[in-house]
Write a protein that binds this ligand. Structure first.
Ligand SMILES: Nc1ncnc2c1ncn2[C@@H]1O[C@H](COP(=O)(O)OP(=O)(O)O)[C@@H](O)[C@H]1O
Ligand SMILES: [Mg+2]
Length: 318
């Protein structure tokens, strides 16, 4: 409890929203709110609805913590509103969030910066129709015999198919297109799935210990993410030290190259030779007690309350 602070900062935690990750967001928001309240800050938790923007602009808080997941928390739109109105907030700015949300764009930048990301191609629905579905399917099947097909923007493994049988490719493409107008066809990487959380402090940008994700059924899909017992986590990940170092370097590179700020979570797969491959970056990682970033913070000896207060203080000082 900070008694030294003459006037406690006024914080708004944004949680809820209309995404299918609403419940996770509410739990993340509550955890952040509890942590900051414990440090003597004035905290209000607001949902992302029609009252949000008028309320923020009327009673401008000292700092906003967007703990929204899914599109409303991660596609950068809300953050761009904050940028336009000069609101102080925790996490990546609107333009950077928009970039990270766009998987092909993020992969291209990371590839250009020398980071490894599985080979891919992206395709819009318009071109898919224009060149003809069959021709496109034939081309994809030749270039990527056993690809992973996913929406170019999205989350929670929705619309994602690991295609091991080329007869499943047309259906996989259709599934991905139901979630958006652009899809990503990516080479599959077999190995260990890990999440590396990245935090900034006064000394710079740091990777926390990698969390290894082992879905008991073999696939880290929607059910596995949100049902207890469907997935086992190991922190630190059971990978060679050299692989852990390479993963930490790739995560920090991704955070920097995408222009992310304060905190992020970088999702990677470490292949059989110990090389990490970038899959995607999360600008609004889950912050419940059982989420990946908090698991990693706890494993590294950190205190969640202190870490969240430090991030909010960092935003205040920016
Ligand atoms: N290139 C890949 N190779 C192997 N598995 C992958 C690949 N891409 C995605 N996956 C699997 O599919 C899951 C969801 O894919 P991801 O790109 O993370 O989409 P989302 O944004 O929906 O989480 C990953 O957690 C991973 O288990
Ligand atoms: Mg993912």
């Amino acid at each position: 409890m900070s008694t030294a602070m003459s006037t406690a900062p006024d914080v708004v935690v944004l949680a809820g929203g209309i995404s299918h990750e609403r419940d996770i967001s509410l739990r993340s928001g509550r955890r952040v709110a509890d942590a900051l309240t414990g440090f003597g800050w004035h905290v209000r938790v607001l949902d992302s609805d029609a009252r949000l923007l008028p309320s923020l602009l009327e009673r401008r808080p000292d700092v906003v913590w967007p703990a929204l997941h899914g599109a409303s928390g991660e596609d950068g739109t809300l953050r761009s509103f904050f940028d336009a109105t000069g609101l102080t907030y925790v996490g990546s700015r609107g333009a950077a969030a928009r970039l990270a949300w766009d998987k092909p764009a993020a992969k291209r930048l990371i590839g250009q910066a020398g980071g490894a990301t599985p080979p891919w191609l992206s395709m819009t629905r318009d071109v898919f129709r224009e060149v003809g579905a069959q021709a496109a399917i034939d081309l994809i099947g030749t270039a990527f015999p056993e690809p992973v097909v996913k929406p170019a923007r999205g989350g929670s493994a929705q619309g994602v198919t690991i295609v091991r049988d080329s007869n499943r490719l047309p259906r996989a493409l259709m599934d991905a297109f139901t979630y958006g107008d652009e899809l990503l066809v990516e080479e599959r990487v077999d190995g260990t799935e890990i999440a590396v959380s990245v935090l900034e402090d006064d000394d710079g940008v740091h990777a926390l210990p990698a969390v290894e994700i082992v879905p008991t059924g073999g696939v880290y899909g929607f059910e596995e993410r949100y049902n207890a017992g469907e997935t086992r986590f190991y922190t630190p990940a059971r990978i060679a030290e050299s692989a852990a170092t390479a993963a930490a370097e790739l995560a920090v590179l991704a955070h920097r190259v995408l222009g992310l700020r304060h905190l992020s979570r970088i999702d990677l797969i470490v292949d059989a030779s110990g090389s990490p491959w970038f899959l995607e970056a999360q600008v609004s990682p889950g912050l419940t007690e059982t989420s990946l970033l908090p698991q990693s913070l706890i494993a590294s000896g950190g205190d969640l309350g202190q870490a969240y207060a430090a991030l909010a203080s960092r935003a205040l000082a920016d």
